[in-house]
Design a protein around this ligand. Sequence first.
Ligand code: SF4
Length: 62
Amino acid sequence: MKKPVVDEELCIGCGVCAEICPDVFEIIDEKSHVIGPQGCANCDCEEAEASCPVDAIELVEQ
Ligand code: SF4
């Protein structure tokens, strides 16, 4: 199972990832934070990764 990592330097806080996977990503201080890396089992983290407008999300092997 892969887990998402957010590059906070790139993130613009648009909220798309948190809309797709609210149990995984949360916007705090205008940056996305991974609050539930195991939550990808219940949502489509690959869609979140693909939907990020600045390509700030990476899925890495645990
Ligand atoms: S989709 Fe990308 S830019 Fe938007 S909040 Fe998530 S990580 Fe940040």
